[in-house]
Design a protein around this ligand. Structure first.
Ligand SMILES: Cc1ncc(COP(=O)(O)O)c(C=O)c1O
Length: 378
């Protein structure tokens, strides 16, 4: 046994860490070419310039600790969502809140339920708390809520639902989620993870679909926590700021468990300014809707069957080792996410970028896949 393995807790001993999308710097150093990053579902247009200006304004005050309660942003979010500030907890990204929820509600002997092929942080947060994660099989590449409901038992405390789902981009419409929530027993809290809600809402309006009643469920006092983030449509992934909306008492327990001062004053200022820059978000959403169709058609034209997306990425099964393909793409200057660690060894997830980035991806993808076919037939 190594020096410290017997000193750490049993869950930590067996925990596999999160494998993030490669940073541009890291990928460029590895492959020696200039790269574009389409691996982590970030906003390809960068942060809002209003957010950048707001960050500059607070830089001179960063000798002070931030407001631990993130009061100004909470009250602005409360106003935006028509809910009380006490229903909201702002954290250093919604990933951080997933960890907080798991540590608050789970322990050895208890479990959480989710779907296979969903957000990779759910297993990490659950196992780190010493609990078990029950993953039900997917239905049409997404959540099968009947199977999730059937998997809930007396020891279940959390259900994680990513809507849209990451990495497959599938959607559960409002009616389907409402029907599911009506079946969930009182000892279970349902996490409706809506990290990609802005993209989904945009698609839903175009496609005539009722996307989500999540906030209404919180207003009605149900055991529901809605997760939102500034990392995606708002383009602030590097700052680490997100939030949860849920029952006041539960939010109070989560607040006890957060790391003190974990949301910086710079992040709060940027988020407040980003909320005012509706145009910046709209540009990203319109580009995403248009480019997603282009990307899907491009995959189809090559004979693949990508999953139609409700978010800012496309999932595609390649029927071959995706990590090999991703490595080759990286040497052509394009970083995508191979999904082996997520349970999809033959699938990649490509973030929808600017038109130029998407064209670069397609050119690299064609080159890599042609090379693969040539290698097989040789
Ligand atoms: C489904 C889902 N939830 C939460 C997050 C985490 O977002 P944040 O950057 O706020 O931690 C992501 C990020 O990829 C995600 O895909």
């Amino acid at each position: 046994m190594s020096l410290f393995s017997h000193l750490v807790t049993p869950p930590v001993r067996t925990l596999g860490g999160y494998i993030p999308g490669k940073s541009l710097k890291q990928a460029e150093q590895e492959s020696g070419v200039q790269c574009i990053k389409l691996a982590s579902n970030e906003n390809p247009f960068g942060p809002s310039q209003r957010a950048v200006a707001a960050m500059r304004r607070v830089l001179e005050e960063t000798n002070y600790y931030p407001d631990n309660d993130v009061t100004e942003l909470r009250s602005r979010l409360a106003e935006k969502h028509g809910i009380a500030p006490e229903n909201i907890l702002v954290t250093a990204g919604s990933t951080s809140l997933l960890g907080i929820m798991a540590r608050t509600m789970l322990a050895p002997g208890l479990n959480a339920v989710t779907s296979k092929l969903s957000f990779i942080v759910y297993p990490i947060a659950t196992k780190a708390a010493g609990a078990t994660l029950i993953e039900v099989p997917t239905l049409h590449h997404g959540f099968d809520l009947d199977a999730v409901a059937a998997a809930i038992d007396a020891n279940t405390r959390l259900v994680f639902i990513a809507n849209p789902n990451n990495p497959t981009g599938t959607l559960l419409d409002a009616k389907t989620v409402d029907r599911f929530l009506a079946q969930v027993p009182a000892h279970v809290v349902v996490v409706l993870d809506e990290a990609y809600c802005d993209f989904a809402q945009y698609f839903a309006a175009v496609r005539g679909v009722d996307y989500s009643h999540s906030l209404e469920h919180v207003r009605q006092g149900k055991n529901v926590v809605v997760l939102r983030t500034f990392s995606k449509a708002h383009g602030l992934a590097g700052l680490r700021i997100g939030y949860g909306i849920g029952p006041k008492e539960l939010i109070g327990y989560f607040a006890r468990m957060r790391t003190t001062f974990s949301v910086s004053s710079v992040a709060e200022a940027a988020a407040l300014a980003a909320l005012e820059d509706e145009n910046h978000v709209q540009v990203a959403l319109a580009n995403n809707a248009q480019q997603s169709q282009w990307l899907l058609k491009s995959f189809q034209a090559m004979g693949y069957e990508p999953v139609p997306t409700w978010a800012n990425f496309v999932y595609c099964d390649l029927s071959e080792n995706a990590s090999v393909v991703a490595k080759r793409l990286q040497s052509e200057g394009v970083i995508v996410r191979p999904l082996g660690p997520w349970g999809g060894p033959n699938a990649i997830r490509v973030t929808i970028g600017t038109p130029e980035q998407n064209q670069m991806f397609l050119a690299a993808f064609k080159k890599v896949m042609e090379h693969n076919t040539a290698a097989i037939t040789r």
